[in-house]
Design a protein around this ligand. Sequence first.
Ligand code: TYC
Length: 100
Amino acid sequence: MKERVFLEEEQEISIDQPELYRVYLLNDDYTTMDFVVHVLMTIFEKSKVEATRIMLYVHRHGKGLAGIYPKEIAETKVAQVESLARANGFPLKCSIERDD
Ligand code: TYC
């Protein structure tokens, strides 16, 4: 049996989109490749294959995109990376750029 469905008139709503920020990993000569892969998998939730691809890109080109997030999350990721790196004796650094 068919049922009649009455739809509301089209309504316009506006949603505030958060500003997004790009988090880059920066290359250096001392952080091990394994550690960078570990950071990408645990902090940026990448697969091992994707984490390895990004790490090698950073190693060859100097910097590479780890992820794009709302400002507060991006800043938290940077703090997490840098504190985990320092705790393990590595100088690994990130940079943040507004995504526009
Ligand atoms: N260049 C480092 C090495 O040869 C590896 C590395 C990759 C370091 C990416 C930092 O963000 C980085 N051990």
